[in-house]
Design a protein. Structure first.
Length: 739
């Protein structure tokens, strides 16, 4: 094996310090080091990176002679240890590399070396992988970064064999391995102290192979506190009937037969009528349970004795049950549920409550489970609704299910269920299409009879083009009946701006402008505006916002109709129509960040979440609607600790502590020319102030360990586009913080 680390030169940025021969410390934000070669160009560069800090998202950048930029970045998979192989022969124009371990301070171990041929690289991958396997329980990630297949079939074969983190199947194997380990270690702790679970499966002419696979997945469960009820809906297929007959004598299997086909709702209800368990769930006849699924449910029931409903993460699989797609879910969110049935499988119900709800109903073909969820969960305290972030369910998606074949019918049924569920409180509500054909939007604006006055508070200084455009947009492009305009100016000298202020009362019936020279302090400016506001709601609006459709403000105000909502945020786009703001995830990069920033138009995100309303921990103050009760309870922005950055995050978290919900809506869509008027936080004196405000956020809210309920713990936290995280231990089940 030929390796020549002495030919490489590592040049760290000023905020990267050596702590030993291979030990490094990033002492500030965005540490990185440059990798160059002195004597000839190596074939492969090996980067071994070891760091146990949570939330890392390392990246490699390529300099092709014109420097580094975000477009040249390549995300690296990471658990604790990563072996990253850069195939330089496939990138002949690359002059040097840049390695970014994290976007926050961290301490890590790093070794960089080379190999000059495919056989040498293969041997080195095998050797390094064996070494790291021997040192720790968590397997190392081994990732080859190559343009094309220049490394040859042999290296590609090793890459497929050794690489974790490349697909859902590998991650599913990792997660269920942790589940099986927990099952082996703690099954005895739960023995004899768990309730009976009735698993109901509707059957109709099901291929025996499907039933065999489902049976096998149940037999592999070490926890045996369940019964399996197969409710046959008038099957006529001989193979299916023979299979049911062969299994009718087993003590843990019960067969319920119906002479005629009555539909899935009737079949499930027949099975429920024979269920003896305290808890019940349904498993479709072509799906399976994951390893250790029953054990994980038992563990959750023990942890949450007051639980009324439990749902899990799930895997979408192909016809051969090979995992293809993850469904990583947030903690319970009824706002999100009003736009998409993100709960789906696996759902565990208390049998007595389920029967009191009447079970499943006819008339909701393809979406009878969605209808049941909406009825069952209505009126439940959120603390009794538990999310188990474990992929307990394998959902076979081979295009043969009813909803797949009859999508239009299933979608119409879902919207009928939504209209009924919300119609008791909002009689005029209707559900319509959102984003794509199977996502939903409740038209809550049709239910508002008395629109509250909205006081729009805009901080400004000079910036004539932006403030004049925004005022024009508010006057001519905003369809809202009662607006109060309040501009807080910290020292404009542009005569055009001052003249604009004098003309505004001719356009707006209620208008105030306050000009007081002062250093820019966003919090202080909006606080002044909120003190002057007389509306039933206050909208904070940046001067660099551009309005593109007239119903945006009605949409934001109508979202206050969701229970306990005190704050509403909008969907903000960059001028090139890529995504700028779809809500804030608290804890990203240890502080807070906009998730899926720069996502392309037409991409709806995981489970369609970027196309429907949902509850978030925080939204940006660039466009933030605050109800008067929420403002009175929470108080003003903190202008001492958060003059410019993170004041919106701090306010949303303080409002959440008072019991107020923050909702983000994609149906109020605006353009945001971010920070055009004041510059970036990434340089000069702005950077020093920004670091102080980061430290204040960390100290007050513990954002480095904050568990955002809108985020799934199997996501990485180091980048706005989260990847699958390889955890050392299973994440805990969770519920929302307030009822």
């Amino acid at each position: 094996m030929v390796t020549t680390p002495m030919l490489l030169h590592l040049r760290p940025k000023a905020n990267m310090k050596r702590k030993g021969w291979r030990q490094w410390q990033g002492v500030d934000q965005d540490p990185w080091l440059r990798i160059t070669w002195w004597f000839g160009r190596p074939r492969f560069v090996f980067i071994e990176f070891d760091c146990s800090q949570a939330g890392l998202d390392p990246r490699i950048y390529f300099d092709r002679g014109d420097g580094y930029d975000e477009d040249s970045g390549h995300d690296l998979q990471h658990v604790h240890t990563g072996i990253y192989v850069v195939d330089l022969a496939s990138m002949p124009d690359v002059k040097r590399l840049r390695f970014d371990p994290a976007s926050a301070p961290c301490t890590f171990w790093l070794r960089v070396s080379t190999a000059h041929s495919v056989p040498a690289a293969v041997k080195k991958i095998a050797k390094l992988t064996r070494q790291w396997y021997a040192r720790r329980v968590t397997p190392p990630v081994c990732q080859v970064i190559s343009h094309g297949d220049h490394a040859g079939n042999e290296l590609a074969r090793y890459r497929m064999r050794l690489t974790l983190g490349q697909n859902a199947a590998a991650h599913f194997a990792h997660a269920t391995a942790l589940g099986l380990a927990d099952e082996s270690a703690h099954a005895a702790d739960l023995a004899g102290n768990v309730p009976l679970i009735s698993i109901v499966t509707p059957v109709y002419n099901t291929p025996p192979a499907y039933l065999d696979e489902l049976r096998d997945s149940l037999e592999r469960q070490k926890a045996r506190n369940f019964e399996w009820i197969l409710s046959d809906d008038g099957s006529a297929r001989a193979e299916t009937l023979q299979w049911l007959e062969r299994h009718s004598g087993k003590d843990w299997i019960r067969i319920v037969r119906d002479a005629r086909n009555g539909g899935i709702a009737r079949a499930i209800n027949s099975g429920l009528a024979h269920a003896r368990g305290e808890w019940v769930c349904t498993v479709d006849h072509d799906d399976c349970l994951s390893p250790a699924a029953i054990h994980m449910l038992n563990h959750t029931l023990k942890q949450h004795s007051g639980a009324q409903f439990i749902y899990t993460d799930e895997i979408s699989a192909d016809a051969a049950l090979k995992p293809r797609l993850y469904f990583l879910k947030p903690a319970f969110d009824d706002v999100l549920l009003s736009g998409v049935n993100y709960i789906n499988h696996l759902s565990l119900f208390r049998r007595d409550r389920l029967m009191a709800c009447g079970g499943l109903r006819d008339g909701f073909s393809g979406s009878q489970d969605y209808d049941l969820l909406l009825r069952y969960l209505s009126g439940l305290k959120a603390s009794g609704i538990i999310h188990l972030p474990y992929p307990a369910y394998i959902w076979r998606r081979d295009g043969k299910s009813y909803s797949a074949k009859h999508l239009a019918t299933a979608t119409a049924s879902a919207r009928a269920a939504l209209s009924q569920a919300y119609g008791a409180r909002h009689p005029d509500v209707i559900a319509e299409k959102a984003g794509n054909s199977d996502l939903h939007r409740l038209r809550l604006d049709a239910c508002v009879s008395n629109w509250p006055r909205v006081s729009i508070v805009i901080p400004n200084r000079d910036s004539y083009e932006m403030i004049s455009r925004l005022c024009e947009d508010l006057h001519k492009r905003t369809y809202y009946p009662d607006i109060e305009l309040i501009i807080i100016d910290n020292g404009s000298t542009d005569a055009r701006v001052l003249d604009l202020y004098r003309q505004l009362p001719q356009r707006f019936a209620r208008c105030q402008t306050l000009v007081e020279p002062a250093p820019f302090n966003f919090s202080a400016q909006v606080n002044k505006g909120m003190m002057l506001a007389g509306g039933g709601a206050v909208l904070l609006l940046n001067n660099d916002i551009e309005i593109r459709e007239p119903g945006w403000l009605r949409e934001m105000v109508s979202c206050l109709s969701y229970d306990k909502t005190g704050i509403v945020g909008a969907k903000l786009l960059y001028p090139d129509n890529t995504l700028q703001h779809a809500g804030v995830i608290v804890g990203l990069s240890n502080y807070a960040g906009h998730w899926f920033e720069r996502a392309k138009p037409g991409w709806y995100g995981p489970m369609g979440r970027l196309a429907v309303r949902q509850t978030m921990s925080a939204v940006t103050g660039a466009c933030m609607l605050i109800s008067r009760p929420c403002l009175d309870a929470t108080g003003v922005f903190d202008e001492n600790n958060f003059a410019i950055a993170y004041n919106d995050i701090d306010f949303c978290l303080r409002a959440g502590a008072k019991g107020y919900r923050t909702v983000w809506t994609p149906f109020a869509e605006l353009i945001h020319h971010e920070s055009v008027s004041r510059g970036s936080d990434a340089s000069g004196e702005n950077l020093e102030r920004f670091r102080r405000e980061q430290a204040a956020l960390l100290a007050r809210h513990g954002t480095d360990r904050f568990e955002d309920r809108a985020f799934n713990p199997w996501y990485t936290r180091g980048h706005s586009h989260p990847k699958l995280a390889y955890l050392d231990a299973l994440p805990q089940s969770r519920h929302v913080l307030q009822d």
